[in-house]
Design a binder for this molecule. Sequence first.
Ligand code: ZN
Length: 141
Amino acid sequence: METTDWPVLAAIPFAVFLGMEVFAWAAPQYIMHSWGWGWHHSHHEEREGWFEKNDLYAVAFAAFAISLFVVASYGYLIVGAVATGITLYGAFHFIVHDGLVHQRGPFRHIPHKGLRQTLGAGTSAAPDGQGQGRGGSFGFR
Ligand SMILES: [Zn+2]
């Protein structure tokens, strides 16, 4: 089977999606709470209006995925499959993390109270690290 056969191309976004879960675990520790703190600290403060500086991460990741789609448009189907996986994960993260956990967007009604408490446990309720305001080891924050 060639890497450009459709079953392979269809499987790649799912594999990338799972890989993004690893990235979403690692990025807060090694980027956001490290050298990327300048953008991320707004995520730990009260938000005024619709946006926070931390949203620049979403913009940067989207720009990265868009650039991959541009490359794919020149015939690199595998790159397009990777970009699809990243985009699907971005949508998933936006709905679950920003929408349900942080109550942004049109998701005002939480159908399953336990779900939000579970997903939000590491985001707002739990202390971040040992009192120094950063660090810790939560997946979603
Ligand atoms: Zn954080």
